[in-house]
Design a protein around this ligand. Structure first.
Ligand code: SAH
Length: 401
């Protein structure tokens, strides 16, 4: 497959071509002529209806996102590993310049590193790799990625993280999460001088939302007094707030997540000033309702729920959910209180999220000002023209009265 004649060509319609010329990397199945036999995960050349070249892409025989553009050049299969190695080197170098105060960050963020379909995260000395597409599940491309990471990080172990749902969507055979390189699948990692357990293979998987790393630091800058961290998971915001607050309550509906949060607390308690922390298993919606009705008050509240809007159609319901949470939280804040409120739903824009927050503040009868409009950490950059790469909103506000 080393000559260009072996690379299948795919013709995209006007809309698909316009999308690529507009800087996006994806073409949907509905925007291309049904291709003849193209192997799953193959490198393909993309042409418009008049035969004009649009570049080389990775093909999926299963996903609605049928092609993901790699380069505007037409390359051969033989040139593909070299291109991937260059892109990986670029991704690694980019993080060396921008990641501060952390041994953990996203090393490769798919489209935003022009490696569409590949995610690599670093947790101190353990790396995780996740293939989101048929192409990055190919044995030869996996090998290229594994070898490139080993060259850049010779001391580190590498774990493959499998998302069964994604593999099903891409029609890939089931595969267990496994150690691909080195001898460690668990470690302790540090963000902003706060320590966490990581276990890539254990029964209770641990890890972190690395995209919130800089928002944790922001929460610790503004947080004070008595704090409530709703949807705390393994304690990300709560443990950062404990550095500056007298008392922190971390709430989650998952007991296993809270058990890890408690272990994380133990890791930090000896090393730093740490306020009192209480971990509470509860439905955050019910708890906020009960506490608001009971007139409980806080100085700092964090809301970081799971994505409510998984599709565009669920947007109105999602906005109602966000409003309910934010309204109750705003009601419970003491004057000068701080709310750190997040949404990781791509389908909720920052403008819609701010609109929801404004309506919640008005209904709560509070005057609120914006301290910071934040997004995902710098190691999760947003690729301009691929808006799907930007999904996290984190708004920090304070209640004047
Ligand atoms: N803030 C966390 C990430 C939150 S992820 C961090 O920075 O690490 C979302 C969390 O919400 C998950 O831990 C999930 O268990 C929890 N969750 C989902 N629905 C919930 C509910 N109704 N009440 C409380 N927690 C919920």
């Amino acid at each position: 497959m080393s000559d260009s004649a072996a690379v299948p060509a795919i013709t995209v319609n006007h809309r698909g071509a316009a999308r690529l010329r507009g800087g996006h990397l994806w073409v949907y199945r509905s925007d291309l002529a049904p291709p003849a036999e193209v192997p799953p995960g193959a490198l393909v050349h993309v042409r418009d209806r008049r035969g004009r070249k649009l570049g080389s892409a990775l093909y999926s025989s299963a996903s609605q996102i049928t092609i993901r553009l790699l380069t505007s050049e037409e390359i051969t299969e033989a040139q593909l590993p070299t291109l991937l190695r260059e892109r990986i080197a670029g991704a690694v170098k980019f993080r060396q310049n921008i990641v501060r105060d952390s041994d953990s960050y996203r090393v490769i963020f798919s489209e935003a590193d022009l490696l569409p379909g590949l995610i690599v995260d670093r947790y101190n000395d353990v790396f995780t790799m996740q293939a989101l597409t048929q192409a990055f599940d190919r044995d030869d491309l996996r090998q290229t990625v594994i070898e490139a990471l080993a060259e850049h990080f010779p001391e580190c172990s590498l774990v493959e993280r499998v998302d069964a749902h994604i593999r099903e969507l891409e029609q890939l055979p089931e595969r267990p999460s496994q150690l691909l390189r080195g001898d460690r699948s668990s470690t302790i990692f540090t963000m902003n001088a706060v320590r966490f357990h990581f276990d890539g293979l254990g029964g209770q998987k641990t890890g972190a939302f690395l995209d919130q790393r800089e928002n944790y630091a922001a929460a610790a800058r503004f947080g004070h007094g008595e704090a409530l961290d709703c949807f705390t998971y393994q304690g990300g915001f709560a443990l950062h707030l404990a550095r500056v607050c007298e008392h922190v309550t971390g709430v989650d509906s998952s007991l296993p997540a809270l058990q890890v949060a408690e272990q994380n607390e133990q890791l930090n308690r000896a090393a730093h000033r740490c306020g009192e922390i209480e971990w509470m298993e509860a439905n955050a919606f019910d708890l906020l309702k009960d506490y608001a009705t009971a007139g409980r008050q806080y100085d700092t509240i964090v809301l970081d729920p799971p994505a409510f809007a998984k599709t565009k159609r669920s947007l109105p319901t999602a906005l109602r959910g966000y409003k309910e949470l934010n309204l109750r939280a705003l009601k419970m804040l003491r004057p000068s209180g701080v709310l750190v409120t997040c949404s990781c739903s791509f389908h909720v824009s920052e403008a819609e999220f701010l609109g929801m927050l404004g309506a919640a503040a008005a209904d709560a009868g509070r005057r609120v000002r914006i301290l910071e409009k934040r997004s995902q950490s710098d190691d999760h950059p947003v690729l301009l023209n691929v808006t799907e790469t930007g999904y996290l909103k984190c708004i920090v506000v304070n209640v004047i009265q």
